[in-house]
Design a protein around this ligand. Structure first.
Ligand SMILES: Cc1cc2nc3c(=O)[nH]c(=O)nc-3n(C[C@H](O)[C@H](O)[C@H](O)COP(=O)(O)OP(=O)(O)OC[C@H]3O[C@@H](n4cnc5c(N)ncnc54)[C@H](O)[C@@H]3O)c2cc1C
Length: 313
């Protein structure tokens, strides 16, 4: 096995698992809470309050980007916290839609109580998506760890059955099930975001080798661009971007690229300059830590950058 392949199989998985486990440690969380945003997390997160998003959105719009906003938070396990998260969106949607062109929203259903009470999460999502419809705004349901994929897709179907068409889902290419999920959604003419997948999943559920995930991603993008009503190609992977451009031209697909705030902005600008639509995800919130650790786990260099900054303090 070539050395690069061995790192691909063992090194990357071990690195991700190390980062994702280390950041569950209370002392790591305490240090991060004290220094994190200033020590590096503000590269990926607009700030802690909704108003922190405004200057970021304005800068991105001035560069020709579309945007979407997400209030960070997940794995909520009480009714009270789920209701607080829903209320936050209910004040966010009317506020943000007055600021900017083309700003949409994403929600994580576990933030709205999915793991605590799925019916409560549905009712919360329904209120948010219904309110967004009144403001001509779109709300996507992010996809989280594999244990909640079925529940998330069920809520998506229920929203659509209630006539809410201003909503979409996310499919994760690393999951063995995602092609089947896409096919089963096609009768709904879905708006899908296609991603590689950001969670630690076991081999019976998800592909483990990065090269396999990359290939599955390009294939899922190809299928979505061919059959879905609208595809958000969410990646910073240049090869996947090239595939998407070629397939979208061939199929005359309705699509946009999506990238995360703080990642490969050079590539985002190049794509916009070449006339491709690009939407940037702008996250904010006091619960930024878990989101931040996922960004660290995706790229070893990010963790070194954080460590260097923390050691300077
Ligand atoms: C808009 C958007 C929404 C997403 N929504 C979800 C979701 O709902 N559910 C979910 O599971 N996942 C989601 N993800 C995360 C996704 O699953 C991947 O973990 C993440 O995008 C990295 O994969 P990649 O496609 O960029 O490819 P990679 O092969 O990981 O990266 C390609 C290149 O991009 C750069 N890069 C990638 N990540 C980083 C980083 N963190 N820091 C610096 N450079 C980086 C590097 O140059 C790297 O070589 C989303 C991603 C995007 C862009």
């Amino acid at each position: 096995m070539p050395a690069g392949d061995a790192f691909d199989r063992i090194g990357r998985a071990a690195f991700r698992s190390l980062i994702l486990s280390a950041t569950k440690h209370p002392r790591v969380q305490a240090v991060a809470a004290r220094h994190g945003l200033r020590a590096g997390a503000n590269r990926f997160v607009a700030g802690e309050s909704p108003s922190d998003c405004r200057p970021v959105l304005e800068r991105l719009h001035a560069d020709g980007m579309r945007t979407y906003v997400i209030a960070l938070g997940e794995a909520v396990h009480t009714t009270e916290q789920a209701v607080i998260a829903a209320r936050l969106y209910e004040s966010l949607v009317p506020e943000v839609t007055t600021w900017g062109r083309e700003t949409t929203f994403s929600i994580k259903l576990t933030h709205l109580g999915l793991e605590h009470d799925p019916e409560l999460a549905f009712q919360n999502a329904r209120r948010i998506v219904g309110l967004a419809a009144k403001h001509s705004a779109f709300v996507r349901l992010d996809m989280e760890h594999s244990a909640v994929v079925d529940k998330t897709l069920t809520i998506y179907r229920r929203l659509r059955a209630d006539g809410l068409d201003n909503t979409g889902v996310v499919l994760q290419a690393y999951l063995h099930r995602s092609v089947d999920d896409l096919i089963s959604l096609l009768p709904l003419e879905p708006n899908v975001r296609v991603v590689k997948g950001a969670y630690l999943e076991p081999p019976d559920v998800a592909l483990q080798r990065k090269s396999d995930v990359d290939a599955a991603y390009r294939q899922l993008v190809r299928t979505a661009l061919t059959y879905a009503r609208f595809t958000a190609v969410a990646t910073h992977d240049v090869q996947a971007v090239r595939t998407a451009i070629a397939v979208a031209a061939e199929q005359e697909s309705d699509f946009e690229f999506q990238m995360l705030y703080g990642v490969r902005y050079d590539l985002a600008r190049q794509l916009v300059a070449a006339g491709h639509p690009m939407r940037i995800c702008v996250p904010f919130g006091e619960d930024w830590f878990v989101y931040f650790t996922r960004r660290l786990a995706e790229r070893p260099a990010n963790s070194l950058f954080l460590l260097r900054n923390l050691m300077r303090r």
